[in-house]
Write a protein that binds this ligand. Structure first.
Ligand code: IPE
Ligand code: IPE
Ligand code: MG
Length: 255
């Protein structure tokens, strides 16, 4: 295994209370619906764009703590297929921030052994976004630390539609037998084929809905909702949330 020389120990983080957390029983995959940037800004009389900018700072903090704690996969819902309904200017700002994040954070991600991957139809985004994503994916491809999975131009229903089309084409070409289609076949046709299903789906800012996020993969995810707006979400909030997850009894339909 590769040694990440610059890996920090979460225990040595001043001010962070890990006493309620069992580091040996972390969820493998935490998926976050980062919501509330706009409301955070509105509350302060600021433009929504500043809320998004502040939200990127939270992304940096949470990626770092997730990596330090030794989490395997962190999925971040950055842009949904429904977010195209927003004003063009806001969409442009979100794209710019994404490019900025991928560019500015790439060295640090790489240094910490993180691997960046993307789910969603990102290839149809502006060329500057596609370029930044491809560069980040390429540079971090060989890393074996935290997988930072960005859901970008992602929608769960659209993902299922493309999976069904891909499987139908395989059947038509005689490469797949209908009777052989099972849940694994479908899982492997999803964008998430290389990562485990989320153990925990989190949404900030008080809304209690999935907004088209990981519909198939989240079948048995624990759900966690917090009223905190994404820009205000701290490392301690993340740790406390993991501790709360550890107090749940997951039964998967059994006893
Ligand atoms: C989440 O914050 C960021 C994205 C959807 C990209 P919002 O922009 O949805 O913030 P609210 O919900 O308007 O407060
Ligand atoms: C979900 O948030 C999408 C992302 C966080 C990227 P939205 O703010 O777009 O969701 P709705 O519109 O409140 O359902
Ligand atoms: Mg929102």
């Amino acid at each position: 295994m590769r040694i990440h020389e610059h890996k920090r120990e979460p225990q040595n983080r001043p001010g962070l209370d890990l006493s309620g957390l069992d580091l040996a029983k972390l969820p493998r995959h935490v998926a976050i619906i980062m919501d509330g940037n706009g409301r955070w800004a509105k509350k302060r009389g600021l433009p929504r764009s500043l809320g998004h900018r502040e939200g990127v700072k939270t992304v940096n903090r949470i990626v770092r703590i997730a990596s330090d704690l030794g989490l395997k996969v962190l999925t971040l819902y950055a842009f949904s297929t429904e977010n195209w309904k927003r004003p063009e200017k806001e969409v442009g700002i979100l794209m710019d921030l994404l490019v900025e994040f991928l560019t500015n954070q790439l060295e640090e991600l790489h240094r910490n052994g993180a691997r960046l991957i993307v789910i969603g139809d990102y290839k149809s985004l502006p060329a500057r976004v596609v370029g930044a994503v491809d560069a980040a994916v390429e540079k971090t491809r060989g890393n074996d630390g935290l997988i930072v999975n960005i859901a970008l131009n992602y929608g769960g229903r659209g993902e299922l539609v493309q999976a069904v089309k891909a499987l139908a084409a395989e059947v038509k070409e005689g490469r797949l037998d209908i009777g052989g289609i099972d849940e694994n076949t479908l899982s492997r046709a999803l964008f998430t084929r290389d990562i485990p299903d989320p153990d925990l789906i989190v949404r900030t800012s008080g809304e209690m809905r999935l907004s088209n996020f990981l519909l198939y993969q989240g079948a048995y995810a624990e759900l966690y909702f917090t009223p905190v707006h994404w820009p205000d979400f701290t490392e301690q909030d993340f740790v406390d949330m993991l501790a709360e997850y550890q107090s749940r009894g997951r039964r998967f339909g059994g006893l």
